[in-house]
Design a protein around this ligand. Structure first.
Ligand SMILES: [Fe+2]
Ligand SMILES: [Fe+2]
Length: 163
């Protein structure tokens, strides 16, 4: 069984180029849920997705690098959806999987598991389900993390982020 530290190291190893990319600075400046930035949220989702795969004994059926990379990029939409922006972000829940994929394809080489898992992570809000087990793990880890982050008391205590 993987420990927390094992999981963190795996995420850092397989996601090194993603975590170091310049555009991650945009994610560090945007709150996702509660007081958690999109950057921190993406790392949490990656760690939790690996934890789920491990505890559910799925390693024969799951590609670890693809799982980690899809999780790190699932919210790579690169804007703050809380900004009003003339209502353009009102459909954020429905559109951001596609936006994340378009941005990720511009910045990284992605395999079909990664592409599908990013685009479809909002299922069942968006109607097409993921095609791969990795996509279901990203989607489940995202929902668990988002719920925890939204309900956390620290959301009442949000430091202003650098712009
Ligand atoms: Fe998302
Ligand atoms: Fe997310």
């Amino acid at each position: 069984m993987l420990t927390r530290d094992d999981i963190r190291l795996l995420v850092q190893r397989h996601g090194a180029d993603i975590l170091a990319h310049d555009h991650m600075r945009i994610e560090m400046r945007s709150y996702q849920h509660g007081s958690v930035t999109t950057f921190a949220h993406s790392i949490r989702v990656a760690c939790l997705a690996v934890w789920l795969a491990d505890r559910l004994h799925l390693w024969r059926r799951v590609d670890l690098p693809s799982l980690i990379r899809a999780a790190l990029l699932h919210d790579y939409f690169l804007y703050d959806w809380h900004d009003d922006d003339n209502g353009a972000h009102r459909l954020h829940g429905f559109t951001h999987g596609h936006t994340a994929l378009v941005n990720a394809l511009r910045d990284f080489r992605l395999n079909r598991i990664e592409r599908d898992s990013i685009a479809r992570h909002m299922f069942p809000l968006t109607p097409v389900p993921p095609r791969y087990l990795e996509g279901y793990l990203v989607s489940a880890a995202d929902k668990i993390s988002a719920t925890r982050e939204t309900l956390s008391m620290s959301r009442f205590n949000k430091p202003e982020l650098p712009r």
